[in-house]
Design a protein around this ligand. Sequence first.
Ligand SMILES: NC(=O)c1ccc[n+]([C@@H]2O[C@H](COP(=O)([O-])OP(=O)(O)OC[C@H]3O[C@@H](n4cnc5c(N)ncnc54)[C@H](OP(=O)(O)O)[C@@H]3O)[C@@H](O)[C@H]2O)c1
Length: 510
Amino acid sequence: MHTDKTIFITGATGLVGGLLALRALAAGFHLRLLVRGSVNFSAKERIRQVFSFLGMPQEEWGVVRDRVELVPGDVTLRRFGLTIDAWQQAAENLQAVFHAAAYTGFDRSQVEKSVAVNIDGTRHVLKFVEQARTARYFHISTAYIVGDSRERIFEEPQNGPFPWKNPYEKTKCLAEQEVHGYCRQKGLNATVFRPAILIGDSRSGRTIRFNNIYNFIRVAHALSRRRSRQPVIIEAKATARLNIVPVDFAVDTIWDVSQLAQSGGKIFHITNPSPPSFVELVEAYSRILDLNIQCIDPSDRNCPDNPAKGRRIGAAFSEYGEYMFGEPEFDLSRSRALLADYDTRFPSLDEEYYRKILDFAVAKNWGNRQQAPPAIVPKTRETTYAERYFKEFLPAKLHKQLLSNLKNLNGIVAIHFRDMVGPDWMLELRDGMLTAISQNSLVPECTYDTALATFETVARGLARPEQVFFDGDADILGDIEKGLQVITALSEFFRSYPFNPREQLAVPQQ
Ligand SMILES: NC(=O)c1ccc[n+]([C@@H]2O[C@H](COP(=O)([O-])OP(=O)(O)OC[C@H]3O[C@@H](n4cnc5c(N)ncnc54)[C@H](OP(=O)(O)O)[C@@H]3O)[C@@H](O)[C@H]2O)c1
């Protein structure tokens, strides 16, 4: 079936927007996608790659590409940065607008970005919807807009402030309030979806985002390949539940609800009707990985294992720490009223499924971006930054106890720049002090492998090295447990001692 109806989607290079786009294509629609280009790839190439990663066969792209129109734009900019003509044209003849673009990082240092993308971006999309006049509006929010509440949350507007855990929750909540306010004022009937934590497809394990519970699975998987029989300790309340939802269920539900006229003006939770507890998850992965994983709640004085001995892995994904001790209960009355089979169509999250999402993540190397082939990087600002970092900035920190949390840090760590030839930088640490920096042939216990530009954002204190790793923009080679311990501890160092040379770095003559 082909129709002349066009659907506009933001965030189609992301997980939800990408799958929604595939769903709309399968239903015969034309797509108009707001997409940013990147340094290396055009917007069209990015979409092709994402569709392919999401499972679209290569030959299928040739068939559907004529139904995919791209609008190169950025939601943070007024009129998406388009000329007024291009913006008006983009809003013509639309049947629906799905807004799935968002900044989904939890990083507290990225407040401005969260506000710009999630709140300002939503305002710009709402203006666009007003321009599009006849289009229905579908807003992708999140179930986690009420912060640290343990209450029952209904599918109604939630007017904070709430004890939000991070800028993501706060800006998503405020963005949703923008939608409700705008719709009241303009008489629009938006539909708001609030998905919980999205993980791999229930049939294939497929995803393009290896964050949230993948961080835990990834570390546990790496530890399972080592001989140690020591227990692996994760700080979480064993009975607390985690609302995980296979992404295919979420996208199918968004799509099906969007096709029903009576969904206009309503809010729908897309949450797990019976979410697993941490102990269930931990037991499943203990069996799958043949590991002894234990949940320890540090605040539970009655817990006989406190303080437990073992390998504690929680610090590596501390951004999720607050989600490990309980969450709200999400009411599903409205979703169930519209989709009578909501509960029965929810996939069973059994051990086979947990194994499937692990296998897919391993097969895709946890989404690690392809390493650039070694290239001789010319002496540019970036290489100069790295050289100045290791030759001028770090030497001034030698033999100093700079942070108390580093006291137990010992060993040799290498920094490898994947886009540069030449020896790695070796950092020798003793009792938390940096004792030597070299480029000699020492054998490191672990290597932090990333691109020069990514390292610069870390060393400037703009990104956390462990998060960069979990986001797939860096790898840890060698002893992953040691590597995570080191970079998590060093994270504090990079933030406390950022290297931000004020003067423009000179580009040396070749
Ligand atoms: N994934 C989850 O677990 C989850 C759970 C609940 C709710 N949600 C919600 O679902 C929606 C989609 O999430 P997701 O997981 O699909 O996120 P994602 O994979 O991180 O994708 C985010 C998308 O937003 C785009 N984007 C970011 N900044 C932009 C800008 N300035 N201009 C234009 N596009 C921009 C990204 O484009 P680039 O590729 O160019 O960066 C990408 O296409 C979000 O609203 C999120 O809050 C997600």
